[in-house]
Design a protein around this ligand. Structure first.
Ligand SMILES: Cc1cc2nc3c(=O)[nH]c(=O)nc-3n(C[C@H](O)[C@H](O)[C@H](O)COP(=O)(O)O)c2cc1C
Length: 387
């Protein structure tokens, strides 16, 4: 049986073939973790995050947060009564996140997990954003005071939350479920959620996401930066403990196994696969989209608070058994056009879709009832991100 007929028989579409590349080798079954996905040192942070009851343990929860391209763009300075959160500027994604918006949103996600883990340890957290005007890399200080332990559902979902890039079923997400997410803005400044749940709203936003995906692929710098964070071998994952893995792409078990056995993808093949998945799976099966809105998407504090809100929503979705995937192609193009001084086609169109005076998109996600569970992504351990 040729490779092409084998893939045809197991139902792997053309786009999946190109992401996987050409040829096969049985050693890759072992080498790429076909049989033991989600195991090894790079995945230990998902199981040992509750072990340390001290302030250092809050960092073990923070590093499990969503973050752009799994860059894990953080460093923590920990003492008994506080944790200071810094960006790691070396872990920016260049042209893909031209104004470092996602970099800071991801730090906000980590901050949210940290706060939940502090409360669960009897450390009442008090957050100061951007505490040092002379040091923009110092994004937050969380001070602790002794208090009774508060263990929330959101806290307990920290290790069950994963980005789910697979198909969602055609079951709707009820309006009252979406409405419960609205209350998650409590205590955060100036952030809101705009839902896109009707068929017309979903179609309009989905079409724009596909268009923005094409524009990213056509921009060589953005495409190259995106490719730099793809980890196509088990060795890469074990040593780098970051980036996007095949396991995290939401593929069926059979297609995933085939993709792992075949050699790694080229950049253009990966781009085609991504566009195809965006069109046929991500936008085609989104039950609803949410956009976190702010008054000024370039404001660092709004980005951090927006990240906190997104992490809360993702944890609450996990508690409700819903899948969630960030889909930020449109805002990635908005910032790229701003950086290059291009007239922005996407900024005005996105504002028109949001249709709320003075509110702009910070970050976009889709939500729905997932066909299959999301899988673990690697993480660098606490010891590598603390100083
Ligand atoms: C600010 C931000 C932007 C993101 N953008 C995307 C995106 O456009 N598409 C996507 O599939 N995932 C996106 N993600 C999800 C990350 O890739 C994901 O959180 C990371 O790989 C870690 O995986 P995990 O969420 O399963 O732990 C984004 C996450 C954050 C915080």
């Amino acid at each position: 049986m040729t490779r092409r007929t084998m893939l045809h028989h197991i139902g792997v579409g053309a786009a999946t073939v190109v992401v996987a590349g050409v040829g096969a080798g049985s050693y890759r079954v072992f080498d790429n973790g076909v049989l033991d996905a989600g195991h090894g040192t790079a995945y230990d942070p998902w199981t040992n995050w509750r072990d340390d009851a001290t302030s250092l343990g809050t960092v073990a929860a923070a590093i499990l947060a969503a973050n752009p391209h799994n860059t894990q763009p953080w460093t923590f300075h920990v003492t008994d009564d506080r944790v200071e959160l810094f960006t790691d500027p070396a872990r920016r994604t260049g042209a893909l996140d031209a104004l470092d918006r996602e970099h800071h949103v991801g730090l906000g996600c980590a901050l949210q997990n940290l706060v939940l883990a502090a409360a669960a340890r009897g450390l009442q957290p008090s957050v100061t954003l951007l505490p040092d005007a002379s040091d923009p890399t110092h994004v937050a200080t969380v001070s602790f005071a002794e208090a009774p332990m508060v263990v929330s559902d959101l806290h307990d979902a920290i290790d069950r939350r994963h980005s789910n890039r697979g198909p969602y079923t055609d079951e709707i997400v009820a309006a009252d479920v979406l409405a419960t997410f609205d209350s998650l803005v409590a205590g955060l400044d100036g952030v809101g959620i705009r839902w896109f749940a009707t068929p017309a709203e979903r179609a309009g936003l989905g079409a724009m996401i596909i268009e923005a995906t094409r524009a990213i692929i056509d921009d060589e710098e953005q495409s190259t930066e995106s490719f730099a964070w793809i980890r196509s071998s088990r060795d890469d994952t074990d040593t780098q403990m970051d980036g996007l893995t095949l396991d995290a792409q939401g593929l069926s078990p059979l297609v995933l196994a085939a993709a792992k056995i075949l050699p790694a993808s080229t950049r253009s093949a990966g781009d085609s696969f991504w566009l195809d998945q965006t069109r046929t799976v991500h936008t085609a099966t989104a039950a609803a989209y949410g956009i976190v809105t702010v008054a000024d998407p370039d404001d660092r504090a709004a980005q951090l608070d927006g990240g906190r809100l997104l992490q809360r929503i993702h944890l609450a979705a996990t508690v409700a058994g819903l899948g969630l995937q960030y889909m930020n192609q449109i805002t990635e193009r908005i910032d790229r056009d701003a950086q290059l001084g291009n007239p922005s086609t996407f900024a005005a169109a996105m504002d028109a879709l949001i249709d709320r005076p003075g509110r702009h998109a910070l970050s976009t996600f889709r939500i729905g009832h997932p066909v299959r569970a999301g899988r673990l992504s690697p993480r660098r351990p606490v010891s590598k991100v603390t100083r």
